[in-house]
Design a protein around this ligand. Structure first.
Ligand code: SF4
Length: 430
C-alpha cells in the first residue's frame, strides 16, 4: 500500500510527520509523493494563522482529484480543534488531533475493516503525558530537528497553540539522549532542539531542567552543534546562560521572540516581560558572548496598535539590533482573548507595517553580514544549487561555496568574501 505525507506549520509538525513516516516504512508501506497517486494521504495540519488554516484545508481537499478512493487522514492543530469540520471534507476518513499519533496505523486498519469514518481526536487533559515519537534517521535532512517538548502554559493573548497543544510536557531525558546518539551515528552533526515552547522543557519534571538537558547533550561524542530553535527571554536564566557560556557545542545564535517593541502592546499580548527586562537580558547575553547573533519574531497590527506604538516598536527593534526579524501580520484566531479585542487593525495598514519591518530586517541582516566579511566560519553543507554548495554557519548565516569535491552533510571551514543577499559568498579555507 502507498502512503503520502504533507506537513504544514512548524518544526514540531515536521518532526512528528517524519516519525510517523518511519512507522509506516517499518510496516512495509511504500512512501509516495503527495502529488502522485497514493492509497493513503496523511496531512499534519496547522492553524496558528488564518493562512495556515486556509492552506491546510486546500491541501486536504487535493488528493481526491488524484485518487477518488483516497483514504485521507488529518492530524495536527487544526483537526484538534475542528475535527468534525475535517470529516466533512470529501475523502477524509480518519481525524486525530495532537495526541495518539502513535496509534495511526491501528486507526487505519480499523477503518479498512469497518469502512466507517473515524473521529479519534480527543480533549487534551492538563496532566497529558508526552507522546514519545522517535526518529532513527532523518530523510534528506542534514540538520536533525529534535522535538523535546510539547504544549505551552503561557496563553499569549493572540495565540491559539495552548488550546491545540495543551499544557507543557517534556520528553523523557534518556529517550532524547539515545535518539541523539543514534542520529549522530547516522552522520548528523547538528541537532536543532525544537518544541512548542522549547525553553519550557523540564517545567513539568522534578530535578531536571532545560539546562540539565543541555549539559547532558554536551557530553555526546560526535555531536558538533546544538542549536535551540527558539527560546523565550524569560527562559535564558542564569543556569541556562551558564551552560551556554561553558559549552563548546551550543551555537552562537539565539532566536528570542520579542513579538512587539511597544510597552502597552506587550502587556496587551500577555507577554511575560517588558521592554526593560528584554533589553537588560539581551545586554547581559552580549556581555557574555561577544559574537552572538540574535534573531527574533515580531507581530505587527495587534488589536489597538497605533501608528505611534508601531513606531515605538520599530525604534526598539532597531535599538536591540537583531541580526534578522521574522515578521508576522497579526492573525485573528477565534477562541483567543485578542480575537475579542476592539480596534482590530485593518489589513492594508498591517501590510504596510509588515513591509516596513521587512525592509528593516533586510537592512539589519546586511549590516550583520558586512561585519562578518573576511572572517573564517564553519558551515554544515545542506544542499547543492546552481553549482554552489549552501549551508548554515553557527551564527545562522546562509553561506555558499564552490567545491570540486562532494561536500553535502560535511562541515567545512570557509572564509567569507562578499554578499550575494541573502547569502554570503565564501571560499574553502586551505
Ligand atoms: S509562548 Fe505564547 S506564542 Fe509561544 S506557543 Fe506559547 S502562547 Fe503561543
Amino acid at each position: 500500500m502507498k502512503v503520502a505525507f504533507y506537513t504544514l506549520g512548524c518544526k514540531v509538525n515536521a518532526y512528528e510527520t517524519e516519525a510517523i513516516m518511519e512507522m509506516f516504512m517499518n510496516k512495509g508501506y511504500e512512501i509516495a509523493d503527495y502529488d502522485d497517486f497514493s492509497d493513503v494521504y496523511i496531512i499534519n495540519s496547522c492553524m496558528v494563522t488564518n493562512s495556515g488554516e486556509r492552506k491546510s484545508k486546500q491541501i486536504i481537499r487535493r488528493p481526491v482529484s488524484i485518487n477518488p478512493n483516497a483514504i485521507i487522514i488529518v492530524m495536527g492543530c487544526l483537526s484538534q480543534l475542528k475535527a468534525k469540520a475535517m470529516l466533512e471534507i470529501p475523502g477524509v476518513k480518519i481525524v486525530l488531533g495532537t495526541k495518539n499519533r502513535h496509534m495511526i496505523i491501528e486507526y487505519l486498519n480499523e477503518y479498512l475493516k469497518t469502512g466507517e469514518l473515524l473521529d479519534k481526536s480527543e480533549k487534551l487533559e492538563n496532566d497529558e503525558r508526552f507522546e514519545e515519537l522517535e526518529i532513527n534517521d532523518f530523510q534528506n535532512h542534514k540538520r536533525a530537528f529534535l522535538k523535546i517538548q510539547d504544549g505551552c502554559n503561557n496563553f499569549c493573548a493572540y495565540c491559539i497553540i495552548p488550546y491545540t497543544r495543551g499544557r507543557i510536557r517534556s520528553k523523557t531525558k534518556d529517550i532524547i539522549l539515545e535518539e541523539v546518539k543514534h542520529l549522530v551515528s547516522k552522520g548528523h552533526i547538528e541537532i536543532v532542539l525544537t518544541g512548542i515552547h522549547t525553553g519550557g522543557y523540564g517545567e513539568d519534571l522534578t530535578g531536571y531542567s532545560f539546562a540539565s538537558l543541555l549539559k547532558d547533550l554536551e557530553k555526546i561524542d560526535g555531536l558538533k552543534r546544538i542549536r535551540i530553535s527558539s527560546i523565550e527571554i524569560t527562559e535564558l536564566d542564569e543556569e541556562v546562560l551558564d551552560v551556554i557560556r561553558h559549552s563548546k557545542k551550543i551555537v552562537n545564535h539565539l532566536h528570542i521572540p520579542l513579538q512587539s517593541g511597544s510597552e502597552r502592546i506587550l502587556k496587551a499580548m500577555n507577554r511575560k516581560y517588558n521592554k526593560n527586562n528584554f533589553k537588560a537580558k539581551i545586554n547581559e547575553i552580549r556581555n557574555i558572548f561577544d559574537d552572538i547573533s540574535i534573531t527574533t519574531d515580531v507581530i505587527v497590527g495587534f488589536p489597538g496598535e497605533t501608528e505611534k506604538e508601531f513606531q515605538e516598536a520599530y525604534d526598539f527593534i532597531k535599538e536591540i539590533n537583531f541580526q534578522e526579524l521574522h515578521v508576522f501580520p497579526y492573525s485573528r484566531r477565534q477562541g483567543t482573548p485578542a480575537d475579542k479585542m476592539k480596534n482590530q487593525v485593518n489589513g492594508t495598514v498591517k501590510k504596510a507595517r509588515v513591509h516596513r519591518l521587512l525592509e528593516l530586517s533586510d537592512a539589519l541582516k546586511e549590516q550583520y553580514m558586512k561585519s562578518q566579511i573576511g572572517k573564517t566560519k564553519s558551515v554544515i553543507i545542506e544542499q547543492e544549487k546552481d553549482g554552489w554548495y549552501i549551508g548554515h554557519s553557527k551564527d545562522y548565516l546562509s553561506i555558499k561555496v564552490k567545491s570540486e569535491k562532494y561536500i553535502i552533510a560535511k562541515e567545512v571551514e570557509v572564509i567569507l568574501e562578499s554578499i550575494d543577499f541573502p547569502n554570503i559568498v565564501s571560499r574553502i579555507k586551505k
